[in-house]
Design a protein around this ligand. Structure first.
Ligand SMILES: Nc1nc2c(ncn2[C@@H]2O[C@H](COP(=O)(O)OP(=O)(O)OP(=O)(O)O)[C@@H](O)[C@H]2O)c(=O)[nH]1
Ligand SMILES: [Mg+2]
Length: 442
């Protein structure tokens, strides 16, 4: 999803970061490249123009260029502006104060309405709701069967349209069925059109008027690019859409529609579809999406995972040690053990801000479990004094540590070098604010 854009942006920021102090010319050069990357990803040109102007104005206005952490600050501004374009905060689904609530899905033919209705039903059931799927696609005979099959697969009841020629009757019968079953939410799948017009949408409009849904969500296909943005505008004009679901974000589409659609239409993206499977639906969080695009790793998820793993660990103390550069090898191994609890290491590292650019440089074999155990053994064979101050480890100490841990002096050396690098990195991360203002392991 948007990997090409991420790679390009990372390239721009890496270059910017390598400058040390940034001149206005460096900034403009970087912004030109960001602009091209966004346009190539199919982001609407007006959105791009506004975005670049805001970033530039803020970067120049706040005097960040003179600062030693100018690159980080520029990235931080880019991140904030991106979040802004994406809608600032997560827009959740509106539910009726008294159930059942109705959610109507509309969209062009093949955009993913039927699949998404099932995905959404599953998602809501996981959250404790009792969903009822409603097949209101009267255009296609097979449509009801597709939804029926999905409902059967998920063990979610499906109410069909058979025998209802009027949308009004269907709406009333569906509501009655929901009450009979004690369903708390109706997910209504509608017919897809190849084009939008008031005439064609009369059926949907009638259905909507009779269901009084809390949400009328437009399902758009990311692969259609800028066309999706136009479609959203037209549907909104006729039907008063309350939010968007963008499907097929897993495809290799340029995906810029997802970045433009909110800014152009003013409608919030509520979910994204990321695959054909019924669980491939994600609630849309502008901040998480922005950090994904910028390749900063999903710092928020990481922080959540980290919090779980770090339960019982004195985080404040570790932070203080990182800040004052008194973190020693013993702490380091302890931290690595905590990190290991969070999941497969490559995955955890990818989520850490700053690490995704190292992705290519970290070798898989450096991350395997035996390596870890060897590292632990080496550190445990050191005296407390050596852990605190590895500089005192000379040739004879090195041989002793290697002997004690069943490793070689070369292994000990390599660990000491890795430690030096890690220390540098930790210091940089603690000193230069990470773009979210979060500290690693925060
Ligand atoms: N890869 C991927 N495929 C999807 C996604 N959402 C839907 N699809 C696929 O897109 C195709 C069309 O999906 P449907 O749910 O039938 O679309 P629809 O809007 O109901 O289509 P009509 O009823 O004909 O208008 C199916 O093959 C789905 O599996 C997604 O997020 N990712
Ligand atoms: Mg359908």
């Amino acid at each position: 999803m948007l990997e090409v854009l991420t790679d390009k942006l990372q390239g721009v920021f890496r270059k910017l970061g390598s400058h040390g102090i940034i001149t206005e010319k460096d900034l403009d050069e970087a912004m030109r490249e960001v602009r091209i990357a966004l346009l190539e990803a199919d982001v609407n040109f007006k959105v791009v123009r506004q975005f670049i102007a805001s970033v530039r104005e803020r970067a120049l206005g706040a005097d960040v260029l003179k600062s030693l952490t100018a690159a980080q600050q520029v990235i931080s501004i880019v991140n904030e502006e991106l979040i802004h374009i994406l809608g600032d905060s997560h827009a959740s689904l509106a539910m009726a104060p008294r159930p059942p609530s109705a959610i109507v899905l509309v969209g062009l033919k093949g955009s993913g309405k039927t699949t998404t209705a099932a995905k959404l039903a599953l998602h809501l059931r996981k959250g404790g709701a009792r969903p009822l799927l409603v097949a209101a696609d009267s255009q296609r005979v097979a449509a009801g069967e597709q939804l029926l099959a999905l409902g059967r697969q998920l063990n979610i009841p499906v109410f069909g349209h058979d025998g209802f020629s009027q949308a009004r009757e269907l709406a009333q019968a569906a509501l009655a069925e929901a009450r009979r079953l004690g369903a708390s939410v109706l997910l209504v799948d509608t017919a897809g059109y190849t084009q939008v017009s008031e005439e064609l949408l009369a059926d949907v409009a009638e259905l909507r008027d009779n269901l009084a849904p809390t949400e009328t969500l437009l399902v758009v296909d990311a692969m259609t690019g800028q066309e999706a943005v136009n479609v959203a505008g037209e549907f909104h004009r006729v039907l008063h859409i309350t939010g968007l679901i963008i499907t097929k974000m897993d495809g290799d589409a340029r995906g810029g529609a997802a970045l433009s659609i909110r800014a152009v239409t003013g409608l919030s993206v509520k979910f994204i579809g990321v695959g054909e499977k019924v669980d491939a639906l994600e609630p849309f969080y502008p901040d998480r999406f922005a950090s994904r695009i910028l390749g900063m790793g999903d710092v928020v998820s990481l922080a959540e995972k980290a919090r779980e793993a770090m339960e019982g660990v004195d985080v404040a103390q570790i932070e203080r040690k990182v800040r004052t550069q008194t973190l020693d090898l013993g702490d380091f191994v302890e931290q690595l053990q905590q990190v290991r609890k969070m999941g497969p290491l490559t995955q955890v590292l990818e989520m850490l801000p700053g690490f995704s650019s190292l992705r290519g440089q970290i070798r898989e074999e450096d991350l395997d479990e035996t390596q870890f155990r060897r590292m632990e053994a080496i550190v445990y064979s050191m005296t407390p004094e050596e852990r605190r101050n590895p500089a005192i480890i000379d040739g004879s100490r090195r041989r002793r540590i290697a002997g004690g841990s069943g490793t070689t002096p070369q292994d000990v050396n390599r660990l000491l070098n890795q430690w030096k690098e890690a220390k540098k990195l930790m210091h940089a991360m603690a000193g230069g604010r990470s773009p979210h203002g979060l500290r690693p392991f925060g």
